[in-house]
Design a protein around this ligand. Structure first.
Ligand SMILES: Nc1ncnc2c1ncn2[C@@H]1O[C@H](COP(=O)(O)OP(=O)(O)OP(=O)(O)O)[C@@H](O)[C@H]1O
Length: 217
């Protein structure tokens, strides 16, 4: 994977500029937490990165999750690798999943604590369970870089730890928008603080405490 960089990046909605101009370089093997108050521009920045870096094996875990509520948990997770199979394979999977895929998905769901929901429609799950299905889909996809928008916002402490550990283990290179500053500092190497669409803080996590980041809020 080559270095991922944004130069003079900007984003607007209609004629309202909400992001940039900003420069940002992501080094392979680096996990970056994006922090900042609601509306600062974190999701917009992740969306921009996804647009620019799409061709380089980037997996996106969006804030709204993007699950198909009528499909089972298994099938929603399988969607992570849809693009790696021919159409006929995906069509058969819809009716009768191949054993090798079930055997690959089941341990992921077990690690995320939702193995018992494997054959339930995603639309029948709680918010926290749905968030873990979306995390499972990103884990199953296994791309080069993960872009995740508040991936553990609906999870309690131990579940959030489990999901963060699984995501960061699977994706050494990642950008994660985080609202929990302690988790951000513990699981990421670098913290970028966004304020009014620009980079206000860009520091290694080791040099920061949660208190240093409160100025952003
Ligand atoms: N679809 C949209 N249309 C118009 N304006 C938008 C749209 N999405 C976001 N915005 C605006 O862009 C700005 C940045 O929003 P963004 O969602 O990137 O912030 P955020 O930091 O991710 O917030 P949150 O933590 O609440 O998810 C905000 O002022 C928001 O109102």
């Amino acid at each position: 994977m080559s270095q991922l960089a944004l130069r003079d990046a900007t984003a607007s909605y209609g004629d309202r500029a909400v992001l940039g101009p900003l420069d940002l370089t992501l080094v392979p093997g680096e996990r970056v937490a994006l922090v900042g108050k609601s509306g600062a521009g974190k999701s917009t920045l992740l969306g921009l990165m996804h647009d620019r870096w799409r061709q380089q094996g980037v997996a996106l875990l969006p804030q709204e999750l993007g699950l198909v509520p009528t499909l089972t948990v298994f099938h929603n997770v399988f969607i992570g690798r849809l693009h790696t199979h021919p159409g006929w394979y995906n069509l058969i999977t819809l009716a009768r999943p191949f054993r090798r895929d079930v055997e690959a998905v089941t341990p992921l769901l077990a690690r995320l604590g939702i193995a018992d929901k494997c054959w339930s429609p995603a639309g029948e799950l709680s918010g926290g369970q749905r968030q873990r299905v979306a995390a499972g889909r990103a884990l199953f996809q296994a791309g080069a870089v993960l872009l995740a928008d508040e991936p553990v916002s609906a999870l309690d402490g131990p579940q959030a730890e489990t999901v963060m550990a699984a995501l960061t283990e699977a994706y050494p290179t990642a950008v994660l928008a985080m609202h929990d500053l302690d988790l951000a500092l513990r699981f990421c190497d670098r913290v970028i603080g966004i304020s009014d669409g620009t980079i206000a803080i860009d520091q290694p996590s080791l040099r920061l405490s949660a208190g240093d980041l409160l100025a952003l809020y």
